[in-house]
Design a protein around this ligand. Structure first.
Ligand SMILES: [Zn+2]
Ligand SMILES: [Zn+2]
Length: 115
């Protein structure tokens, strides 16, 4: 869990790729400011480094390619379908999302002697 008061480095928006220093085609991505080449590399790297199962099940959607958790399922832009396709905002992989709905029951006593 992330602790409050961690070190957040506030930097001015970088205008060069953090890896090679190129200024061409800069992408302000989840991985930082990167040129398209290193952005592709960074996306591949998170997928390569991810050791999770290709199928994920939990209370929040998890990208089965890079393990990125979506605490807010709306981030994935899902519709009302039980099964939908989504694209990971981090590694840009497309994956299937199935919503498992659970049913809750409530019971209460019949009213007696109300005739
Ligand atoms: Zn670069
Ligand atoms: Zn992903």
């Amino acid at each position: 869990m992330a602790e409050r008061g961690g070190s957040v480095v506030i930097r001015p928006f970088p205008s060069t790729c953090e890896v090679c220093g190129s200024t061409v085609g800069l992408i302000n991505s989840s991985f930082g400011a990167l040129c398209s080449t290193h952005y592709e590399e960074a996306k591949e790297r998170v997928k390569t480094e991810y050791k999770g199962e290709p199928e994920q099940y939990g209370s929040e959607p998890i990208c089965p390619y890079c393990g990125h958790k979506y605490s807010d399922a709306w981030e994935l832009g899902l519709g009302d379908e039980e099964e939908d396709e989504a694209e990971c905002g981090l590694c840009e992989s497309a994956f299937k999302v199935t919503a498992h709905w659970s049913i809750d029951y409530s019971t209460r006593r019949m009213e007696v002697g109300s005739s």
